[in-house]
Write a protein that binds this ligand. Structure first.
Ligand code: TRP
Ligand code: SF4
Length: 386
């Protein structure tokens, strides 16, 4: 498999040797031959399959490749994914949902490919470990499309039309033409993504809860019509720390207020220097309220315990100015992010490693997807073997 870069948790902010040759033998699933005419149920009875697939609960989640990830993504979704990966009881599947990106951006696809790879690099840099987790690309596993099609046959239109996320997104992205079949079907594709891997848990933010709820209904309906094939997945709510963007609003790409995972050097310093602080603190002699200040929230994530203890009294008594406080924060973020930046550089220099990691993940994902589709076709009596 070549020299896989890997590291072991607890990953976060820990220096990691890049390019270590001493990678452990990855836990590879047993070869499952779909061509061998085995149904998933038969396969599930085999002990190797059972050991590998059934002892650990499966976790699945995905992200649309909309561009660079920011620190909100890192400390929200990504750190949660990494914690699940390192927990030990879970077998994690994480994928780039590039087909989902098309549901709203079908007319501007120039960046999808580059964004997909870049997102993978952000994930790897943050500490997703391709040995422990299966990292793959949605569009590389065609079974997602087949399951999407089959599910689309059994889902009442009304379930999709009343989906709150659908309505909200349509309003939010009013400038875009979202009256497409694909956009309405967004949650059907998402349901296919999830039940394909018979996921037990789906780590998501609150905004995605309606989609997971819909997935549960879809799985129940399938099971009712064709037999118990799919477990009903649980949403695992990701707690998102209250990290705001530099303008004090929610950190979001569309607000242009993000500190990106890849920001460093002067870019990082400038962004931190521009951060909104306690609005009541206009001059240096005004006492500040660190508990209301986004800069302090970041200090709590990146600075040493000492600094975190020092700042509140110094801020309240106006002994420290915001400029100094931010200078220290910029340094702390730069230090904390250094290992992530180093890994990022490594992967940018070695795209062939990224490719190998994705190919390996695709193979692992495809094994399961093929087995699931075999079961699904059997259950639906689709004529797939003559
Ligand atoms: N809809 C998700 C989002 O926008 C991305 C996604 C696609 C997803 N398929 C999924 C998340 C399956 C969890 C599980 O964030
Ligand atoms: Fe915020 Fe720091 Fe300024 Fe206090 S000193 S208001 S914590 S930036």
């Amino acid at each position: 498999m070549g020299a896989f870069v890997y590291w072991q948790g607890p990953y976060f902010f820990q220096p990691v040797a890049i390019g270590s040759a001493a990678a452990p033998v990855p836990l590879t699933p047993p070869a499952v031959s779909v061509i061998g005419r085995q149904t998933g149920t038969e396969m599930a009875g085999k002990s190797a399959y059972r050991r590998y697939y059934l002892t650990r609960k499966r976790i699945l989640s995905g992200m649309r490749p909309t561009g660079k990830l920011h620190l909100g993504n890192l400390h929200g979704a990504l750190s949660n994914w990494i914690a699940l990966q390192n927990h030990g009881d879970y077998d994690c599947f994480y994928f780039v949902a590039d087909w989902h990106a098309l549901t709203s951006d079908y007319a501007t696809t120039d960046d999808i490919r580059a964004n997909t790879i870049d997102m993978m690099i952000d994930w790897l840099s943050a500490g997703l470990d391709p040995v422990k987790s299966t990292l793959f690309i949605q569009s590389n596993i065609r079974e997602h499309a087949e399951l999407f099609l089959l599910l689309s046959m059994i889902i009442p239109l009304a379930w999709l039309e009343r989906n709150p996320t659908y309505k909200e997104m349509k309003e939010e992205l009013a400038g875009k033409d979202l009256s497409t079949f694909g956009f309405l079907g967004y949650p059907v594709l998402q349901a296919a993504d999830i039940i394909m891997y018979k996921a037990y848990g789906v780590p998501v933010g609150v905004d995605q809860l309606p989609h997971v709820e819909l997935t549960r209904e879809i799985a129940r309906r399938f099971n009712f019509l064709y037999g118990e094939i799919f477990p009903i997945p649980e949403p695992l709510l990701t707690e998102v720390p209250k990290l705001l963007g530099i303008d004090g609003r929610k950190m979001s790409k569309s607000y242009d207020n993000s500190i990106f995972m890849s920001d460093r050097g002067d870019v990082l310093k400038k962004k931190v220097a521009a951060m909104f602080t306690d609005p009541q603190r206009q001059r240096k002699r005004d006492p500040g309220r660190p508990e209301l200040c986004n800069v302090f929230t970041f200090h709590q994530l990146y600075s040493t315990g000492e600094t975190v203890a020092e700042i509140p009294p110094a801020c309240r008594s106006a002994a420290i100015g915001c400029i100094e406080c931010k200078r220290r924060l910029a340094e702390a973020i730069a230090d904390g992010m250094r290992p992530i930046h180093e890994r990022r550089e490594h992967y940018l220099r070695h795209p062939e490693e990224v490719r190998a990691i994705i190919e390996d993940g695709n193979v692992r994902a495809a094994r399961i997807a093929e087995a699931t589709l075999f079961e699904v076709r059997e259950a639906m009596k689709i004529c797939h073997e003559l």
